[in-house]
Design a protein around this ligand. Structure first.
Ligand code: ZN
Length: 154
């Protein structure tokens, strides 16, 4: 595919997640809840993480804001739920590196799946925070859930 076709495909993936957000809604079973905002764009997310041992059993969220931030939360849900915490953090690292690369990193589709659609967004510094909002909320909530479980065990 040429570059224009790739851009169109990426936009379609983002639009699709925006219109049909996966895993959306706040569910009652959770370990930790966080609220993150991206003031530069006005995006907000409330996100809950439910860990079962080292498995990310569920991530539930309510997101408001631009299509990129909402679509990114949907993709994040798809990629991390059901994975081990270690696997999910590895995907986060890959996504974070791509978003910080200003479009210079060739994204690894095997790891990122639909999240490669945000490769184009990485070229626009103002939108990078939109794409990272849900992921950073997940990281924050998961880190808090892990330390909570450590405290319970000691
Ligand atoms: Zn935004």
């Amino acid at each position: 595919m040429n570059a224009a076709n790739v851009d169109a495909l990426y936009q379609e993936i983002i639009l699709d997640h925006y219109k049909n957000p996966q895993g959306e809604g706040l569910r009652d079973d959770f370990d930790t809840e966080v609220h993150h905002v991206n003031p530069t764009c006005g995006d907000e997310i409330t996100l809950r993480v439910d860990l079962d041992g080292d498995i990310v059993k569920d991530v539930s969220y309510a997101a408001e804001g631009c299509s990129i931030s909402q679509a990114s939360a949907s993709v994040m849900y798809e990629l991390v739920h059901g994975k081990t915490v270690a696997q999910a953090f590895a995907i986060l690292d890959e996504f974070h590196a791509m978003m910080q690369s200003k479009g210079q990193i060739e994204p690894n589709e095997d790891v990122l799946e639909d999240a490669i659609a945000f490769a184009g967004v990485a070229k626009f510094p103002a939108r990078v925070k939109c794409a990272l909002l849900g992921w950073m909320a997940w990281k924050d909530a998961t880190s808090a859930a892990l330390s909570l479980k450590e405290q319970e065990q000691s």
